[in-house]
Write a protein that binds this ligand. Structure first.
Ligand code: MN
Ligand code: MN
Length: 245
């Protein structure tokens, strides 16, 4: 069950409201990488999780994300407040001003409605934890970009707190994944077909418009057989000539 405490997880001060910046902040309120998406993803994963320890982790972090939603929502609302009365401010987001009366709504910065389609819930803990590590990485970079466009000290302070917590969550999810004791490439129960799992197909060949060319690195060398594209192999076999460039 839930219980609400009438205090923000992190105190929010806005010295200079900036409606256009408030509109950008909606990305972390109702956007694809925002706090509601994180809260719902982890909470629903927790409901489905049959591993007691990790279920608890998912519920803890899912609940913290609801507290983040409250912080970012209050921060956005303070920046958007001038859209209640000022025509010039209202132009930052006419929908919020005219339909929402200057308050936040569950949309991204472009007014697109939040959707459960943003969520990744697989019912397989090692898959869910990977989705969550990626979700935290996206949330982190979104906060970083918002910070780069912010010059209000109070807002920066709250955004830095929220950005930092995403790295803390990422760390927990990474350790929870590692502590499953599964091989990093062991996903689900069924092993992959050994004939194809260690092959690397060189599927983009030649020299590109920016001079890029085939690169050999650990991602196609370590434990891999580096082979020509199956397309080129079959074409050259069927036409009897070499098509490689
Ligand atoms: Mn968060
Ligand atoms: Mn997080």
């Amino acid at each position: 069950m839930y219980h609400h405490v009438k205090q923000l997880m992190y105190t929010v001060h806005v010295d200079n409201p900036d409606p256009r910046f408030g509109n950008m902040l909606l990305e972390q309120f109702g956007g694809p990488n925002g706090e509601l998406a994180a809260a719902m993803q982890y909470t629903v994963q927790a409901i489905n999780c049959e591993d007691g320890g990790r279920k608890d982790l998912l519920m803890d972090i899912g609940t913290e994300e609801i507290s983040h939603l409250e912080v970012i929502g209050n921060l956005a609302r303070l920046h958007l407040k001038p859209t209640k009365k000022s025509r010039q401010a209202a132009e930052a987001n006419p929908f919020i001003s005219i339909v929402g009366g200057g308050g936040v709504g569950l949309t991204n910065s472009m007014g697109v409605n939040w959707t459960a389609g943003y969520l990744k819930i697989s019912g397989q803990i090692e898959v869910d934890l990977r989705s969550n590590i990626a979700a935290e990485a996206r949330a982190k970079i979104t906060y970083e970009r918002l910070l780069n466009f912010c010059d209000d000290p109070g807002s920066k302070d709250a955004l830095m707190f929220l950005m930092t917590r995403e790295i803390a969550h990422m760390k927990s999810f990474m350790i929870a994944l590692d502590s499953l004791g599964k091989d990093p490439l062991e996903i689900g129960q069924m092993p992959p077909d050994r004939r194809f799992v260690n092959k690397y197909f060189n599927d983009s060949t030649g020299t590109g418009p920016e001079g890029e060319t085939d690169t050999r690195g650990p991602w196609n060398t370590d434990g891999f057989d580096f082979e020509d594209s199956p397309v080129l192999t079959s074409l050259s076999e069927s036409s009897g000539r070499r098509l490689r460039t």
